[in-house]
Design a protein around this ligand. Structure first.
Ligand SMILES: Nc1ncnc2c1ncn2[C@@H]1O[C@H](COP(=O)(O)OP(=O)(O)OP(=O)(O)O)[C@@H](O)[C@H]1O
Ligand SMILES: [Mg+2]
Length: 264
């Protein structure tokens, strides 16, 4: 994709990120692990892009670079709007000593709005995720995992982001709650029109929310396209492997079983 297709919210061009590992001997050069190896990716306003890949493939590193929390060794990153992040673990990502009011309001630090207006914005954000003004004075321990993830989403929302990066936002939640949180994300996009970068190892989660998907393997994007097209005919072996992980072991057998069940 070239910049002629723009305007983009985020544009990565040939991004490389190395991690220096501890030296093995005092005088040996530190070994280097190339976590991202020439990644190019563009996200348009309002678009939902899924990033899928196995553990260690570089997804979180990519998220941190897009969010501006980390800098690449080489390549270019251009960002054209407010970017907020939702992390995987709703137990670890909310400070247990802070009330919800402060957790959600933190993103408004430095915002020119006055105190009363900031409070209103926090309440609006909480209500948008299905919580209420009464929850402002509570601490994170008073909430379930799904509710905590709603608080984390409210914290992202309050800053009026153009892009929300969600790194495995439902994988720490009970299966019964996962769909509720994903549906909430779909709902919020409909109301506020932000773009998403949704990271998951689970293609089913990505298919729920994203019209486009990029498959990452060993720090490289190995396949990218419309989610429906990639799911229907994956070209890369790693995409097929990820698909096998979410489909029944033998799709043909599963289909026949389904047909038999229908006929009987
Ligand atoms: N701070 C760090 N120092 C050294 N190596 C790191 C660091 N962070 C990540 N890595 C390595 O970089 C590679 C990519 O890691 P990353 O966390 O981006 O993968 P991931 O796709 O998010 O994996 P997961 O699905 O397990 O979250 C891995 O090999 C990892 O061990
Ligand atoms: Mg990760």
């Amino acid at each position: 994709m070239s910049s002629a297709d723009g305007p983009f919210l985020v544009e990565l061009d040939g991004v490389v990120r190395d991690y220096r590992l501890p030296r093995r001997w005092l005088f040996s050069p530190p070994p280097v692990l190339r976590a991202l190896d020439g990644v190019s990716l563009a996200i348009r306003p309002g678009e939902s892009v899924g990033i899928v890949g196995e553990s260690g493939s570089g997804k979180s590193t990519l998220a941190r670079i897009v969010a501006g929390l980390d800098r690449p060794e080489a390549g270019r990153v251009r960002r054209g709007g407010c970017v907020q992040m939702v992390f995987q673990d709703p137990y670890g990502s909310l400070d247990p000593r802070m009330r919800v009011e402060r957790i959600v309001g933190e993103a408004l630090f430095g915002d020119p709005d006055g105190r009363a207006r900031k409070r209103e914005r926090c309440i609006d954000a909480l209500e948008a995720v299905g919580l209420s003004a009464d929850d402002m004075r509570k601490y994170p321990h008073a909430f379930s995992g799904g509710q905590r993830q709603r608080i984390a989403i409210a914290r992202a929302l309050v800053a009026r982001p153009d892009l929300v990066i969600a790194d495995e936002p439902v994988s720490a939640l009970d299966v019964s709650v996962q769909a509720q949180v994903l549906n909430l994300m779909v709902d919020l996009r409909g109301r506020f029109g932000m773009a998403y970068m949704l990271i998951s190892h689970d293609l089913a989660v990505i298919a729920h929310l994203c019209e486009r998907v990029a498959v990452i393997h060993g720090g490289r994007i190995v396949e990218e396209g419309a989610t429906a097209a990639v799911l229907a005919s994956p070209r890369h072996q790693h995409t097929r492997a990820l698909l096998d992980a979410v489909l029944p072991p033998d799709p043909q057998a599963a289909r026949e079983k389904l047909d038999r069940a229908r006929r009987s």
